[in-house]
Design a protein around this ligand. Structure first.
Ligand code: NAD
Length: 293
């Protein structure tokens, strides 16, 4: 059963979907990438091609492996084009209504034996599974950003996930050379349960004027040995994703310590979503990132 996964479908060709497609194609899977429009799919494929070339240029992968991975990447302009996939990983926008609609459409398109996984950062796997026809074949496979670089993948079972699906997910994660951490299905799982409250606190520290963007990031880099400052990291994750994870923690655990910082809300309202939007706590439109506060 575990080796039956040959082709992997990915819904959402943004930063995470492109990364998951990248590592899956390098590991030998046929990959089918779907998004809302052909332009978004093509832009995802262009990102992957560029990142593969960068890895080959740095000697991290062989030229031949790069070409083979490129050949395994396919655009899937409709859900129907995912019909032959054994595993489909949903990596669309962190919004429950969007994800539920995707699962309903996937159930129509896929072989009933296919496994559906979600890369959600925070939404309940059990609740998302209820939007599918076969909750026993639904699981959380949660990658870290950037996918080609980060070693960890959290695997999260919903209440109904069966052992076969869990083992298939474990096998897939091992086959792409990543390390698994099994997390229970509670809001934001392990990494984001710990990481996002720290980022939110850094934004409160900025909001209350305790420090500037630069002093907060410098403090955590040099004072706590973090490779990136928390505000830089928030921009990297995407401020909309950060806000949505804090909302899930706040709603799911009903504890005021998870209250999203009003400044984070304001940045999201402004469309300053971080790196992907060209502006967040830093402005990335020039040669060097410049703090926006
Ligand atoms: P992103 O904004 O870069 O990409 C999301 C993509 O989903 C976009 O290309 C969008 O067009 C597409 N999309 C939206 N609705 C769709 C639909 N109905 N059908 C098909 N595609 C659709 O976001 P991202 O950072 O790649 O995050 C995607 C998922 O991964 C979210 O669930 C997020 O929580 C999770 N995640 C993000 C990170 C991170 O650091 N950014 C880390 C781990 C997990």
């Amino acid at each position: 059963m575990t080796s039956r996964i040959r082709s992997v479908g990915i819904v959402g060709a943004g930063q995470m979907g492109a990364g998951i497609a990248h590592v899956s194609a390098l590991a030998g899977y046929d990959v089918f990438l779907h998004d809302l429009s052909e332009e978004q799919i093509e832009s995802g494929i262009a990102t992957i091609t560029g990142n593969l070339a960068r890895q080959a240029g740095a000697g991290k992968i062989a030229e031949e492996a790069m070409h083979q991975a490129q050949d395994r990447l396919n655009a899937a302009p409709s859900m129907k084009a995912l019909a032959s996939c054994d595993l489909v990983i949903e990596a669309a926008t962190e919004n429950e209504a969007i994800k539920r609609q995707i699962f309903a459409n996937l159930c129509e398109a896929l072989n009933p034996e296919a496994i559906i996984a979600t890369n959600t950062s925070s939404i309940s796997i059990t609740r998302l599974a209820s939007a599918t026809r076969a909750p026993e074949r639904f699981i959380g496979i949660h990658f870290m950003n950037p996918v080609p670089v980060m070693q960890l993948v959290e695997v999260v079972r919903g209440i109904a996930t069966d052992d076969e699906t869990f083992e298939a997910a474990r096998h897939y994660v091992a086959s792409i050379g990543k390390t698994i951490a099994v997390a229970e299905d509670f809001p934001a799982f392990i990494v984001n349960r710990i990481l996002l409250p720290m980022i939110n606190e850094a934004i409160y520290t900025l909001y209350e004027g305790v420090g500037s963007v630069v002093s907060i990031d410098t403090s955590m880099k040099l004072g706590a040995n973090h490779p990136m400052g928390p505000l830089e990291l928030a921009d990297f994750i995407g401020l909309d994703t950060c806000l949505s994870i804090m909302q899930v923690l706040h709603d799911g655990l009903a504890d005021s310590k998870y209250r999203p910082c009003p400044l984070l809300v304001k940045y999201v309202e402004a469309g300053w979503l971080g790196r992907k939007a060209g502006r967040g706590f830093y402005d990335y439109r020039g040669e060097k990132p410049v703090p926006t506060r």
